[in-house]
Design a protein around this ligand. Structure first.
Ligand code: FMN
Length: 421
């Protein structure tokens, strides 16, 4: 996987080559549409489905340059959303048991196929019928590759990680547990789902009870529906994704209480106040960020003096004192808005894999929600100069993802500044 890291690393030259003009009318469709003749539940039609709806839901509809600009409860690099979500629902009184596509764009759960004796259980390594929910998550790389070239490989899995974090939060809100399924044949699932090389399964998990009833593998594959209106996915990205592993290990649980409004209000922070977070807030977040049980290391760059002196921290220990706001701005591909943030966190790992990227994405999703609960702003940052950032931190580890956290400018103020820009 280290070649994939090198091939997808950002250098000033690669950034320049990607930053050319893009005709947004060429953007591949952001939502997959199963045919209208299929039965569907509209969002908010049945309260029993609210939990699933909150996993993936539109939270803002705007227009930008005469194009619809739709945002979801999950963030996404460039707001391109290269993932799709499916759920098998079984044994919930009042809901038809079947395999559904979660079409957030139209706000509906589309019944692709009913289940009874047959079901996806046997394809994802479960021996008995599962009463509850089995989620299947896929990547649709062309939606991101269209804009980001080979870097899209990383964004697909980081976005998928956010989607996992969002599912985790919705389940938590309903007091449900989530179990990751990692022992199954991904190719067999791709075939059953009729993904045909443009869409790939990347994670499966369930929340429910195992019954005593046996289950058999579906005899027929699902109908084929293309995930985008057109696709020019490169062979290179297709091969990397086809070879990638599915989610293997547990994601970090969201440790704070969350409500529906906070799930729906999540947004990426774009503007930070120059004022600092309180000492209690800084300690709260440094504590979350410095937990040693993560499956990756986390360098925290504190940008302002306070309860922590400005500098670079690893495992809550200062390894380099200094004021690095400007340095961070330029390492994150000249994204100067980060300069007023409080903590920039860099997630690194000895291994580079789709599994690690998803773990990092899910972790940052939890950070977003912690920030929302604490009325702070957070944003994931996928654009960074890999080598420069490694050199700055003095690490050989692979950099998976970066997040920024701070006191966000009030939404009204933010919108005014957006309009001015
Ligand atoms: C993997 C990933 C990478 C991102 N990278 C950046 C980035 O480099 N700079 C930035 O300002 N925002 C970044 N974002 C935030 C997105 O721009 C944001 O999620 C998107 O515009 C949708 O807005 P929303 O999060 O408010 O719904 C990233 C988000 C994700 C999930």
């Amino acid at each position: 996987m280290s070649e994939v890291y090198q091939e997808t690393a950002l250098t000033p030259l690669r950034v320049a080559s990607l930053s050319g003009y893009r005709d947004w009318s060429w953007q591949p469709s952001m939502f997959k549409h199963y045919p209208n003749f299929l039965y569907r539940y509209k969002y908010e039609e049945n309260p029993l489905l609210r939990m699933v709806e909150l996993c993936r839901i539109v939270t803002s509809r705007l227009n930008s340059a005469n194009q619809p600009y739709i945002q979801l409860n999950t963030p996404s690099a460039g707001n391109l959303h290269p993932v799709e979500l499916y759920v098998q629902i079984r044994g919930i009184k009042g809901i038809i048991s079947g395999i559904y596509h979660v079409n957030a764009g139209n706000g509906e759960l589309v019944l692709i196929q009913e289940v009874e004796r047959e079901g996806v259980e046997s394809l994802v390594g479960l021996q008995k019928r599962c009463n509850g929910f089995i989620f299947l998550l896929s990547t649709v790389a062309f939606r991101s590759e269209w804009k980001y070239g080979l870097r899209a490989f990383r964004y697909c899995y980081l976005d998928a990680g956010h989607q996992l974090g969002a599912i985790n939060a919705a389940l938590k809100l309903y007091g449900r547990e989530m179990t990751i399924l990692s022992d199954f044949d991904a190719e067999a699932v791709n075939e059953f789902m009729a993904f045909r090389g443009d869409e790939f399964i990347c994670a499966a998990m369930y929340s429910g009870d195992m019954s005593e009833k046996s289950v058999v593998a579906p005899k027929k594959n699902l109908m084929y529906v293309a995930a985008t209106n057109y696709s020019e996915l490169s062979e290179q990205t297709r091969e990397h994704i086809a070879k990638s592993e599915i989610l293997k290990s547990d994601i970090l649980e969201l440790s704070c209480e969350i409500n529906e409004e906070q799930i729906l209000k999540r947004r990426s922070a774009r503007f930070f106040e120059s004022e600092s977070m309180t000492n209690i807030q800084v300690e709260y977040f440094m504590n979350i960020l410095s937990k040693s049980n993560h499956s990756f290391s986390c360098y925290n760059i504190v940008l302002k003096d306070g309860v922590y002196k400005a500098g670079v921290y690893l495992n809550n220990r200062c390894i380099q004192e200094g004021h690095f706001a400007a340095t961070m701005g330029s390492m994150l591909v000249e994204q100067s808005f980060v300069k007023n943030a409080e903590i920039v966190s860099v997630f690194c790992s000895k291994y580079f894999s789709s599994n690690k990227l998803m773990q990092a994405g899910a972790f940052v999703h939890a950070l977003y929600l912690h920030a929302e609960v604490n009325a702070l702003g957070c944003s994931g940052i996928g654009a960074f100069y890999d080598k420069k950032l490694q050199d700055f931190l003095g690490t050989q580890e692979y950099i998976l993802y970066v997040s920024v956290l701070g006191v966000e400018k009030k939404r009204m103020q933010r919108e005014c500044e957006n309009e001015k820009n």
